[in-house]
Design a protein around this ligand. Sequence first.
Ligand code: SF4
Ligand code: ZN
Length: 762
Amino acid sequence: MSRYIATRAIRGANAIVTEAEWMLGRAIQEKGPDTPVAFPNTAYYLPVIFGMTGTEVTTLGQLEQAMKHARELLHPVPAHTHWTPYLGETLDSGMATLLAAEVIEAIRYVYGLQPEPMPGFHLAGGTSFTSPDVNGGGNGADGHLNGAIDDIQLRSWGIQLVDGRMPGFAAIVGAAKSNEVAVKIIREFQRRNILCFLSGNVNGRSIIHQLAEEGVELGYDTYTVPFGTDTLSAIYALGFATRSALTFGGLKPGQAREILLYNRERVFAFVLALGEVDDLKYAAAAGAINFGFPVIADTVIPEILPTGITTYEHVVSMPFNEIEGGDDLERAERLVQKCIEVRGVKVKVANIPVPVPYGSAFEGEVVRKADMRVEFGGKHSRCFEYLRMANLDEVTDGKIDVVGSNFDSVPEQGHMDVGIVVTVAGREMQKDFEPVLERQIHYFVNGASGIQHIGQRDIAWIRISTAAADKGFNLEHLGKILHARFHADFGAIVDKVQVTIYTEPDKLDYWLAEARAAYDYRNKRLADLTDLAVDEFYSCTLCQSFAPNHVCIVSPERLGLCGAYNWLDCKASFSINPTGPNQPIKLGKLVDPSKGYWEGTNAYAKIGSHGSVEEVSMYSIMENPMTACGCFECIVMLIPEANGVMVVSREDTSMTPSGMTFSTLAGMAGGGIQTPGVMGVGKYYLVSPKFISADGGFKRVIWMSSVLKETMAAELQAVAEREGDPDLIERIADERHATTVEDLLMWLEQHNHPALMMDPIF
Ligand code: SF4
Ligand code: ZN
């Protein structure tokens, strides 16, 4: 253990705890002890304090307890002689620092100083936009940094952290040597889909300033979250880590040791300290080491080698100017490489031969009309994509043709018709995999920086930005991307990939007709696939890396709760990876057709949940409902007074008649625990004939977030007709009509909702 680091970390901790106490005293005096404190949109209170101590802080006065605890963790600054600094004392000081930092940020929220104002700054929006010309729908108003991450975002990243699309996170503190280096570092992380949390400064300059000056889009969508320009705001990264353990690991608040261990073992995170490290940064770094997150610094500092806390180094020094390599950009690349090595982050990147940066971090990018070179599909033109299988000898691997003209002759911001036909062959390929693979086109194309892809099938919509076109991106590159990614991601089933892009009108029409015939065939095939028509369902245990006892049982009529895996997907996944997370569940004897119990599903539920669940009903919310991890698209919850259920969308942040918002409800629904009356589901389960069919089915829905009504209007209308009540959707209340049980009951009576006449739900 380095005496130097211990000394500075302990000194930093003492200073910040003292400052936090002083700030708290003043805040209580000015605002009163009962003044509410909270981070926005979270069910985890102040997450580090909640996780480490179990305390649900809701008022300023309650922060005193947390500060008392922080003070107890402090140790005296070591005297110059006779003292052998000790790791435990440094770690304690680190924890005290984290508690104090969270208290200070909470107080800043009370004073309106968080999220940190930054005039002129614009956060890249959230994912729930309907048109790329509309800014945002996103996280936070213009002129502010991000501040704390909300639960909705935490959960939506959860699935990506689980399925490996996002291998880990980097807490970057300070400022890089130059703007150019800052951009390079971020691009290198983005290329690997590593989430970047940005905070801190060196002499007033922050990496956030550097990136903003260079026009790098920062926000949830680009995997770069600017917390704040001081070191303290790095606390939000540890709040995120703590909540991951609570949300996905099923741990309880107050289980400090388990939460820290969980992070050490399952969350691949590290701290990258750019520029000079002061006492406070040493103290905060000591806090991060508690979580098993190593610190990599680009300056000269003493190193801490592996001890009991981690099997890797705790602190690594890699002075930037001494990094071998040609220029600063190469040094930046090596620095990033080092971070990944130290923490053992598993990254897989396919090399994509296109003239623009490529990686999942660019998936959420929006190309606005003003920045657009050309678009295919959307309002003014047609665009479709169709993936089909063929025999091995009919496909030439890597052959990419553009049939018809490229877009050179299309005027700026113009449009044209495009059809993308991908032909694949492989010994393991099956017809049923076609739609599964075809759906990947969306993600693959979106990975290119400056290219935006929306929709699928014959409602695809692609935009190419002027910047990308200037770099030479053209139609052929779409084919290159698809060829490379299908090989990289689906090499187990796809041996050959050929792509033809049609712009020539006659050929395009011909293939569009072919594609539509295939879409019809697939629709029909999926519609024919009922639970009773198959003899196996599939398990999904992908989320067990976060929620160790949760398993989704996926049937043809009930998809996984994250919405990303339906029965066909699981079947395809099993063929591709027979020892993977999706295993067939042989159904065996049907025990109860109405509630949905089979001998096979019951036996599996017990094994898959490691004994924490005895039985699972496929069709009931009231009896042995399926458990949830944290990735659900919607929460279904019983409203006993209304004899029905409400359905809350993840995108809905408003109050619900249960008296709770989505994020609070999510805390109850997740964690792999069976809670009768509460269930997390994929939104397409709502329109399945098997949706809570044991409890009365869709007619039990008495309240539903309006965003679902809008985005699924056609599907829901079909359900209303199937249920024999074409006006059913209009009888269902939403947040515009009722946010309390009283209002809800009034609405239901006025609108004659059928649930009021149904048998009691329990
Ligand atoms: Fe996780 Fe269930 Fe989705 Fe699988 S289907 S990834 S277990 S939420
Ligand atoms: Zn999950």
